[in-house]
Design a protein around this ligand. Structure first.
Ligand code: ADP
Ligand code: MG
Length: 309
């Protein structure tokens, strides 16, 4: 997944604790092997290579995650769209490569989740146009975290934190204290803008500082507005707190694209879901339930409110 995985857990039996760690790492590797766009033999890469010619038969797992992605496309009016990859592959953030405007606009015309044709009877996915591609980078890490948490729960582990890049989920508390996750300052890796206490919830952060380069004073980063095929620039970071990591992952990417007003409106309309946003000026914004006088929800049982430093 090209990202750091951390697992922290408590169990009185060290053999079970070790089994939990092994199970999580194995699951993460499995999901990476099947869903990475960079591994040529991955199921996702084969789907991308073939689905414009004829319907591609997928595993239940990949089919399910694509369906879940389409659910978020509908919920967000297309802000979350895995066909962003029709343009996304033209960017190489490490080497400061971007498409010129005409190439970008031509490819952006292919971004539309309606270009995916799913058939539940045969588990097949087809692209209705050549040139369409998909990438699950906005949801797969959250999914991997949820799968990991399920495996730990099956082992009877009642206190754990699993993190894959910007996506985390917790079981129980940290042995008598809440788990805490810091939200970093988008413009200073050594500073935190908030610390969130968590219990039995998921949290995801999307930022414009993870994969980016600057050219002529403009920041090009890995979260793409499907309307333009260009990076979304209304916010610097979006953190979503909610019941599961698949949702918080998809929603953090979505709200980043939707921007301040539409993003907060969406989060305020969803049950058990909260958000902390940093806008393009570095100013912080909270969803209704996190407003200074409010309370963290999601069973978060906060020891304190999120603290702005
Ligand atoms: P990360 O933890 O990798 O930084 P994010 O949750 O912030 O991930 O999502 C960014 C990733 O989502 C991008 O690297 C890309 O793979 C994917 N992505 C970018 N734009 C969109 C979009 N509009 N809809 C869905 N996925 C997207
Ligand atoms: Mg995301």
């Amino acid at each position: 997944m090209g990202t750091r995985i951390t697992i922290e857990l408590f169990h009185p039996d060290t053999a079970i604790a070790q089994q939990g760690i092994d199970a999580v790492l194995k699951e993460m590797r499995h999901i990476d092997t099947s869903m990475s766009p960079f591994i040529e033999s991955s199921e996702l890469a084969r789907l991308n290579a073939q689905a414009a010619q004829k319907p591609f038969r997928t595993s239940n797992e990949l089919f399910g995650l694509i369906q879940r992605s389409l659910y978020f496309s509908g919920l967000t009016g297309g802000a979350f769209d895995i066909t962003f990859a029709s343009v996304g592959f033209l960017y190489d953030y490490r080497n400061a490569v971007k498409p010129d405007e005409s190439r970008r606009l031509k490819a952006a015309a292919l971004i539309d989740y309606h270009n995916l044709v799913l058939d539940e009877t045969g588990n097949t996915v087809a692209f209705s146009k050549p040139g369409v591609r998909i990438d699950l980078g906005g949801i797969a890490k959250g999914y991997a975290v949820d799968r990991s948490i399920a495996l730990l729960q099956e082992l009877g582990i009642g206190h754990a934190l699993v993190t894959a890049g910007g996506d985390s989920r917790t079981i129980g508390d940290r042995w008598g204290r809440p788990w805490t996750i810091g939200i970093r300052d988008p413009r200073d890796a050594d500073k935190m803008v908030a610390v969130i206490p968590l219990q039995d919830v998921a949290i995801s952060t999307s930022g414009d500082y993870q994969r980016y380069f600057e050219k002529d004073g403009i920041r090009y980063h890995h979260i793409i507005d499907p309307k333009s095929g260009d990076s979304a620039r209304e916010l610097q970071s979006v953190t979503i707190i909610g019941p599961d990591a698949t949702s918080t992952d998809a929603l953090s990417t979505s709200v980043f694209v939707l921007g301040l007003e539409a993003g907060l409106k969406l989060i305020n309309s969803l049950p058990d879901t909260d958000a902390v946003l940093v806008d393009k000026h570095g100013k912080m914004h909270y969803s209704n339930d996190l407003e200074p006088a409010g309370k963290l929800r999601n069973n978060a049982k906060p020891a304190s409110q999120p603290v702005a430093h």
